[in-house]
Design a protein. Structure first.
Length: 218
């Protein structure tokens, strides 16, 4: 006999959704900080720093997130370093996020007219001062919309962490489905919860993009 009501299922899924949101926020904030550092390295005049940033970005963009999770969680344990599912998920998603944000922001920096670099150079500003006072403020306006849009991908990517036992929304859905024998109800509610998290972000990104487009035209 099915002892789980729809409300019971929803309540348990909402509890798991907290971890999905928490993991997404942590990965986005930490990935953003690491991505900003990568951006500076990627745009540096020092060849070694540029090559390091390019290599880092290529590795994490060209390999599946699932493989990165496996290497962190299972690979490090073989080397004697035990990570909890939460730690492995947070680190993997942070590395994944930083690589993509660095490339998004690099595109925004390169979208700033070359004349802005030349004008700031004529003022005898160094590279860091150029980035801080001239280039980044302009790139920020261009980058807000795609950055918010990418946050949707981070939220959806948290589902992959269920493979290492981290109990976020997708993992909880499987456990509740097995216990309640109501997979249609469970996964229908899961889809609704993901929609409630992701759709406002997508809508906000589109709104920002329209505002930026209007601002540039004026």
């Amino acid at each position: 006999m099915n002892e789980f009501s729809t409300w019971d299922i929803l309540r348990n899924l909402l509890l798991a959704a907290r971890w999905t949101v928490a993991l997404s926020l942590l990965a986005f904030v930490c990935g953003g900080l690491a991505g900003a550092a990568l951006l500076l390295l990627r745009s540096s005049s020092h060849r070694a720093l540029r090559l390091f940033a390019i290599g880092y970005i290529e590795v994490f963009q060209s390999t599946p997130l699932l493989m990165q999770l496996f290497l962190l969680f299972f690979g490090l344990s073989l080397a004697g370093l035990e990570l909890s599912p939460w730690s492995a998920a947070a680190i993997a998603l942070t590395l994944f996020t930083s690589a993509y944000l660095a490339e998004i922001w690099r595109g925004c920096v390169e979208a700033v007219p070359r004349g802005q670099w030349e004008a700031s150079s004529s003022l005898a500003l160094g590279y860091v001062a150029q980035m801080r006072h001239v280039i980044l403020p302009q790139a920020l306006r261009i980058g807000i919309a795609p950055t918010v849009g990418f946050s949707v991908q981070v939220v959806k990517a948290t589902a992959v962490t269920s493979i290492i036992g981290f109990v976020e929304l997708s993992k909880a859905a499987g456990m509740i489905s097995n216990a309640s024998f109501a997979p249609f109800t469970v996964y229908g509610l899961v889809a609704l919860l993901y929609f409630c998290i992701c759709y406002p972000l997508s809508l906000y990104a589109k709104t920002l993009e329209r505002k930026m487009h209007v601002a540039r035209n004026h």
